[in-house]
Ligand binder design. Structure first.
Ligand SMILES: [Zn+2]
Ligand SMILES: [Zn+2]
Length: 219
């Protein structure tokens, strides 16, 4: 019964056509949904429903905040981006509720990495994205391995027992199968210097050491 603007009604929820799935718009706690893209063959758009309203004729509109896929961002998809990774953009829009195809779940990065099974409805988000500038928040993340890359949850990594850093099998000249068979692992630096010398990565990275240290954050 809430009346905000003449002729328009705020709705608490919307039931996706042909389903019994109920979508709620509730600001930053709103449901995440998949929306049909204009070009049909493209993957559906993903959005968070901020609010829902109906006009006098009963047409239901949703105010959404778009999630961008890595390939839709200015910098494009990078090696550390997960297959199910999304960026929460600052791009808002109003769309017909009819374009909603299904609900989905956008997990925090931490919760996503704890999922036992990743279903088609599961996504994750660790960055906010400014559509106008291509900027990310946070603009620094922890990096791992000799290759100094942020963690891609789709990639298998092995952890060194001594320094606790994580490594890609490929960066250790190891196959995934070999890595899976390891009972324990110690990286080359730790095993060759009895773990006492501070970690030295100068041989592994083309980056200047200072720069590498700046990128690395405490976990
Ligand atoms: Zn690596
Ligand atoms: Zn180590």
């Amino acid at each position: 019964m809430a009346k905000t603007r003449p002729g328009k009604r705020d709705l608490e929820s919307y039931t996706i056509r042909g389903t019994n799935k109920v979508v709620r718009g509730f600001g930053s706690f709103g449901d995440s949904v998949l929306m049909r893209s204009a070009e049909n063959e493209k993957a559906p758009y993903v959005a968070r429903v901020e609010s829902i309203e109906a006009d006098v004729k009963g047409n239901v509109k949703v105010r959404v905040r778009w999630y961008y896929r890595p390939e839709e961002s200015m910098g494009g998809r990078r090696q550390f981006h997960g297959i199910k990774e999304l960026f929460l953009s600052d791009h808002y829009d109003v769309q017909s509720a009819h374009t909603i195809e299904d609900k989905c779940i956008v997990h925090t990065f931490k919760n996503y990495t704890k999922l036992e099974d990743v279903g088609p409805e599961d996504y994750f988000c660790r960055f906010e994205y400014k559509a106008a500038t291509g900027g990310f928040t946070p603009d620094r993340v922890a990096v791992y391995c000799k290759c100094e890359m942020p963690y891609n949850p789709d990639d298998l990594m092995v952890q060194c027992e001594a320094c606790k850093d994580w490594y890609h099998p490929g960066c250790l000249n190891m196959t995934i199968e070999q890595a899976k068979q390891l009972d324990s692992f110690m990286c080359y630096e730790c095993s060759s210097i009895d773990g006492k010398r501070p970690h030295n990565k100068s041989s592994a990275s083309g980056l200047a050491n200072g720069k590498v240290e700046n990128k690395r954050q405490k976990r």
